[in-house]
Write a protein that binds this ligand. Structure first.
Ligand SMILES: NC(=O)c1ccc[n+]([C@@H]2O[C@H](COP(=O)([O-])OP(=O)(O)OC[C@H]3O[C@@H](n4cnc5c(N)ncnc54)[C@H](OP(=O)(O)O)[C@@H]3O)[C@@H](O)[C@H]2O)c1
Length: 334
């Protein structure tokens, strides 16, 4: 019998699903059989895995017979509806939507940070939100070095974080601008080309957005720090891929900029890019296509003796979604 695992990629035609197919091959994940699932609209279309065309099937409750691991990236509603069916059919679900992240029975896993939590699942494991992952990667070594007390995060989020429709809208508005035509928003609430929009996801209580509260709640869960003081402002920017976050962090014990740099350098999945003399710092165009999150502009907060400022950029389709999901699957099969 052929070795390897039977994998379903749910949302295989989407931005995360496409990256998942690419990374499964790139990381030589042992795939015996691959099932590509998406909506009825895509049934019969082809996606490519390991250089071979795979026919997309419509996602249905009976799509998971014989599947070992189902990597879900088809949206929250689809995960809520179909992940239980996948588990019932015997598959382990790695879910990238918001459906189960805060469920106490579901581990919320960033393998470099809390990989051991992946052992205690009941069939579903969740990947954090993409902005959460890029933010929490440098927060973890800082937490270990001086125990975090308070975090203030401001994000600069790429349009591909909203899926293929976000990419299409930035591209079409940029082309329209070049032709001197009017720019009409249809997917984002406002024009995204040559603009920034301080509004991602629905507004919730207290004037925050859902995206901001995901970051707050998920960082606390991943770091097992329920009392961490944290607030966020999340912003969509006209960048195709890779999210950046400006972070101000206060620790209980002072962590100097030099010590923070050392801690970041030692942490797997982080790369320090911090050479102001040569204008080198993380930027989305540098982070795009990389597995590591890039951290730089590391400096002590002149307004707080136990505060640090830094800037992190990470490819949110890779580490923020597909890569993190595959790393979880790698933990499962180990
Ligand atoms: N983009 C990111 O950076 C990122 C990062 C972390 C997590 N996520 C999460 O990952 C999920 C997918 O995001 P994305 O950016 O890949 O979105 P996307 O580019 O819009 O792709 C959505 C995928 O879901 C499928 N889908 C939509 N409705 C469906 C239905 N009713 N039944 C079956 N399949 C359906 C789509 O299939 P069709 O092509 O047939 O419509 C497509 O394959 C979301 O939950 C998102 O929050 C995204």
């Amino acid at each position: 019998m052929a070795s390897g695992h039977r994998i379903a990629v749910v949302g295989a035609t989407g931005a995360v699903g496409q990256t998942t197919l690419k990374l499964l091959h790139e990381r030589k994940f042992p795939v015996r059989e691959l099932r590509a699932l998406a909506s009825k609209r895509s049934a019969g279309k082809k996606v490519t895995f390991a250089g071979e065309p795979i026919t997309v099937e419509e996602l249905k409750p009976d799509s998971f017979k014989g599947v070992d691991i189902a990597l879900f990236s088809a949206g929250t509603e689809q995960s809520r509806e179909f992940a239980p069916a996948a588990v019932k059919a015997g598959a382990i679900v790695v879910d990238k939507s918001n459906a189960f992240r805060m469920d106490p029975d579901v581990p919320l896993v960033v393998p470099e940070i809390n990989g051991e939590t992946a052992k205690h699942h009941k069939g579903i494991l969740a990947c954090p939100n993409c902005t959460t992952i890029v933010t929490v990667m440098p927060l973890k070594p800082l937490h270990d070095a001086g125990r975090l007390r308070r975090v203030i995060a401001t994000s600069f989020q790429a349009v591909s974080g909203a899926g293929i429709a976000g990419v299409d809208e930035l591209r079409s508005q940029t082309l329209a601008w070049a032709r001197g035509e009017a720019l009409k928003p249809s997917f984002f609430q406002h024009q995204i080309a040559f603009n920034v929009i301080p509004h991602i996801d629905k507004f919730v209580e207290g004037g925050y957005t859902g995206e901001e509260m995901k970051l707050v709640n998920e960082v606390r869960k991943i770091l097992a720090a329920p009392d961490l003081l944290i607030s966020a402002t999340t912003v969509r920017v006209p960048v195709f891929t890779a999210h950046s976050i400006s972070v101000n962090a206060e620790t209980e014990v002072k962590v100097s900029a030099a010590r923070a740099r050392e801690a970041f350098e030692r942490f797997p999945g982080l790369k320090v890019v911090d050479d102001p003399a040569h204008n080198r710092y993380p930027m989305p165009i540098v982070a795009e296509g990389q597995d590591d999150c890039l951290v730089g502009r590391i400096r002590e907060d002149i307004s707080n003796p136990r505060g640090l400022n830094f800037w992190v950029s990470g490819d949110q389709l890779r580490k923020g979604a597909a890569l993190n999901g595959i790393q979880i699957a790698e933990l499962i099969i180990r």
